[in-house]
Design a protein around this ligand. Structure first.
Ligand SMILES: O=C(O)c1ccc[n+]([C@@H]2O[C@H](COP(=O)([O-])O)[C@@H](O)[C@H]2O)c1
Ligand SMILES: Cc1cc2nc[nH]c2cc1C
Length: 353
């Protein structure tokens, strides 16, 4: 099967990158999506042959009142415990960030049971809680409009700081027991998808819990609709979560700073969809790393016409899918930068006689 390029240049750097790809010593299209990736990155970075990416990962953590409805396989206390694990270096994202040369920052925007972290540990922890977990979205708005704005701003500030410190690719991740429930509800609200298609198994719930979770999402949507939710920001406050709002602000600001973003899994992608609803140009800066095993993820990606690079059955979150795909981006750029052209290598091009 041949891979047809879907790349459309928006800048002169993108056009130059497209010309260079045609001159490299390979049959056109033979590096498949790696070619499109290199051209896309060159276009967004404004450089015909961009240098190695300087990636930053920011993982936003918060708890969810709705976790008390029995929608997750794990207790709420795990959110704070995992934040400590991120910082101590023992989590999947700690390992992947170190392995692939990405900086790692963890931001507590609303962990209900924080675990003290001894100073001098690995990853950088910022404690900026808006409140100790969102409210139970089944019964009331998860956040007030003011709390939602504060969480959004926390994410926006982190993105700006990471851009100002010279990072050229931003990756957002999340940690929050119960957060596939608000993500599913928000996806339904923003796309009209029925709850049965948006609700998945999260951390690994059984059939009974899955049916209950679907009903929780259905009732939460009805409650928020009756409360007058209309535009995307209303829905985010009604059925979203603190780390989801922070991620939306993070993505919107990355785009405003003209820095590309590599998306992670289901919850992160729904947060990106909220950012796109708020500011449609954000979509122009997003790349999809993988499609998660969480069933709603492919619908969230489709809503933004994003095609994932990987399909590995991952469903961990915490930016792990994006960190796994990161070497593909570095490989695409290394090939684009380092390969010889037909003229340089003295190799006969197609149709040369
Ligand atoms: O990224 C994903 O696609 C993904 C899919 C399922 C679960 N998760 C992670 O698992 C937690 C949410 O799952 P749950 O069952 O507690 O709603 C949260 O910490 C997420 O990072 C993440
Ligand atoms: C252990 C654990 C690690 C996680 N990382 C992201 N979400 C998670 C959920 C659980 C339960």
């Amino acid at each position: 099967m041949t891979t047809r390029s879907a790349f459309v240049p928006h800048t002169s750097a993108g056009q130059a990158a497209q010309r260079r790809q045609q001159q490299l010593t390979k049959p056109p299209g033979s590096l498949g999506r790696l070619e499109d990736l290199a051209m896309w990155l060159a276009d967004r970075l404004g450089r015909a042959t961009p240098p190695r990416l300087k990636p930053a990962i920011a993982v936003f953590a918060a708890d969810h009142g709705v976790a008390l409805e029995g929608v997750s396989a794990y207790p709420m206390a795990v959110t704070g415990q995992m934040v400590a694990n991120f910082v101590a270096g023992g989590a999947a994202i700690s390992v992947l960030a170190a392995e692939h040369g990405a900086s790692l920052r963890v931001i507590d925007v609303g962990v209900a049971y924080p675990v003290p972290v001894p100073p001098g540990h690995g990853a950088d922890l910022t404690v900026r809680p808006v409140r100790a977990g969102s409210r139970n979205l089944l019964r009331e708005a998860a956040m007030s409009a003011e709390e939602c704005r504060a969480a959004w701003q926390a994410g926006a500030d982190v993105a700006r700081q990471l851009v100002e410190s010279g990072h050229t690719l931003l990756i957002g991740g999340e940690m929050g027991i119960g957060n596939t429930t608000p993500a599913a509800a928000l996806l339904c609200a923003l796309t009209g998808l029925p709850p049965e298609q948006a609700v998945g198994r999260g951390t690994g719930i059984d059939d009974t819990r899955h049916a209950h979770k679907t009903e929780v999402v259905r009732q939460a949507l009805a409650r928020a609709r009756a409360a007058g939710a209309a535009v995307s920001c209303d829905w985010l406050a009604e059925v979203g979560g603190l780390e989801i709002a922070a991620l939306a602000g993070f993505y919107e600001t990355a785009a405003q700073c003209r820095v590309p973003v590599l998306l992670d899994g289901f919850i992160s992608t729904v947060a990106a969809l909220a950012a796109v609803h708020h500011h449609p140009d954000t979509a122009h800066w997003l790349l999809a790393s993988h499609v998660s095993a969480e069933s709603g993820h492919r619908h969230a990606l489709a809503a933004m016409e994003l095609a994932p690079l990987l399909d590995l059955g991952m469903r961990l979150g915490e930016a792990s899918g994006a960190a796994t795909a990161l070497p593909l981006l570095q490989a695409a750029l290394a090939l684009h930068r380092g390969m010889a052209t037909f003229a340089e290598a003295g190799v006969a091009d197609k149709d040369a006689r």
